[in-house]
Ligand binder design. Sequence first.
Ligand code: GLC
Length: 747
Amino acid sequence: MKRTLMSLATLCACVAMPLAEGADPAIDAKVQALLARMTLEEKVGQLHQVAGPDMTGPTRPEGKNIDKRADIAAGRIGTVLTVKSVAETRALQDLAMQSRLKIPLLFAVDVIHGYKNVFPIPLGEAASWDMDAIEHSARIAATEAAASGVHWTFAPMVDIARDPRWGRVMEGAGEDPFLGAAIARARVHGFQGKGLGQLDSVMATAKHFAGYGAAIAGRDYQAVDMSQQQLLEVYLLPFKAAAQAGAGAFMNSFNTLNGIPATGNAMLQKDILRQQWGFDGIVISDWSSIAEMVPHGFAADLADAGARAINAGNDIDMEGYAYRTHLANLVRAGKVSEKTVDAAVAHVLTKKFELGLFDDPYRYSDAAREKEVLSRPEHRAATRDMAKRSMVLLKNEGNTLPLARSARNIALVGPLANARRDLEGAWIVQSDAAHVVSPADGVRNHAGKGTRLTVVPGCDVACTDTRGFGAAVRAARDADVVLIALGESFDQTGEARSQTSISLPGRQAELFARVRAAAKAAGKPVVLVLFAGRPLVFSELASQADAIVYAWLPGTEGGNALADVLFGDYNPSAKLPITIPRSLGQVPIFYSYLSTGRPIPETEGQYASIYTDSPNTPLYAFGHGLSYTTFGYTNLTLSAPRMAGDDKLTVSFDLQNTGKRAGEEVVQLYLRDPVASIARPMKELKGFRKLRLDPGEIRRVSFEIDQELLSFYNDKLHWGAEPGRFELMVGSASDDIRLRGEFELSK
Ligand code: GLC
């Protein structure tokens, strides 16, 4: 697969730039003609989404006794979620064809990281920093979903997240807006492929708009309070990239943003999304988030919530029953104009036309195609490729890894040693955990004929019962190398899975300590493998393990991918997309922090911005990840010492593989504006490139810097760059800067 280079300019954060060319005039004419024939009730029906068999949220009282099948046949439902398979979609589409105008249903599913074949959780994929691989993963997920009758995925989730207590950190791309924007673009392109209407594409949804990942104290659905400057510059950047990439839909979020629920937030949905960005797709609520504006204290009742939502730009009501129950009466009472309803319905009908559903409502529901596509071996193979690219080698003392194939006796202990369902993570769709390759399966498949593998879980994931510890210790004592597989179960992250502790569950740390002591007593190395949907706190274990692989939740082929890395069939290349803290007390912690007035080490003595009980630095920094080879960075040059206006300045350097085996490196460009009208971060990621080099190979790498990359929102919320000196840093991680330079931006 060709490795494409990423142009920096395409990732610019400029906001006020119309995006949409507007809908196809031919489709627009058909939409208007259909609208003219629709009753008010039929229009409301197009804005009402209900769930199929799987409920991914609470059932509203208004929905408890509704006959959804009868509603569909009467044209009172426009779209259904969580229905997956040709058989199920055909059956419901048949009902829609009984309605007066025969408007086809839109079928939506949360295809977040795979459909039948499960890819690593999105945070794991983000660790690959490999846009081609990430796009390919979404492409396969889309192909499988579309073959199963699905038109629309509620992905990519592009929420910036800097608090690992939040369970949904697993679903996004980590802490950084620049990386997040690149990944948002790759995922939208992957899902939508050559465009809506292709039989291997699904409509993408950028979610959750907006600020959801900044919930206070990491508690899901909690309030979000942030400056407009932070919102625009950090949290909205990936959404803008998704809109630029042509995402067909946006989903708003459960949280209030500075007191106003996102679902009823006209600043977000109309001013920024529609007016400034020119987005002309569908805006859908999150599950019952319209109705939830009542408990938020923002709406008096369900009718008021419905009026506020549609008047703020929310098109579809997902399982909230606000529109189905009240919207027609709100129009008749003059509280909502029919023009507003028409505009929302037009967004929905336009997508149904673009998907070709009016030509053939069953065009995605072909049983033979479903069978063929879901059985493609290359799809499963792609999950293994993505998984091995996602696993981060955090530590490798004394080149403990890769394991020698000649290892006579390997002990694999720990509660994740035989894991299957746990490796899939949250948000799976049509997979079968029985087909997941466990870590034990993977090591067994890779180890040499003469190798004895002893597998002892020692406890379950919760690890409150220590009776199995003894057997694990004995296995370690007799082994040449000890692998310890620890971490979380699949349902410790995902929606409504926030935790006040992000340490290892139960007594897993104790199991590690006892096994390690036995291994060390026998002079044997210990390799810690962590499976998790979030950054975990494991500082003590990190100091005692000889090698550490952060495997995230790696999906269907997780065990084989892990063994590919452990045995060196694949040279690990992943880098952290999110900071791993030393302790929960450091959270929120991220690399792009401000200096403060008393930075260290510059500030002498105790009156400095420090903790008295911990270093400020994280356990492992954003962008960190090791390889089985090494890379040298030399010979930095700048095309000019200063730039002005539309100039572009080129920074170049030599990257060399200084080790003995081929490998991939993610080179990272960070910039800093040391003096500006508002304090700027110590460094910000402004470019990256993933390159594969053979041993000894030298590659000249260049990044182009333009004013967009130097721009930010000032205290008047004006976007732009300010003249002055800029510092540039090139490195292998945010805390591993290899080359430095500076340049001037002139007036
Ligand atoms: C859930 C999630 C959202 C998902 C939707 C449908 O509550 O917040 O991400 O797409 O409901 O399952």
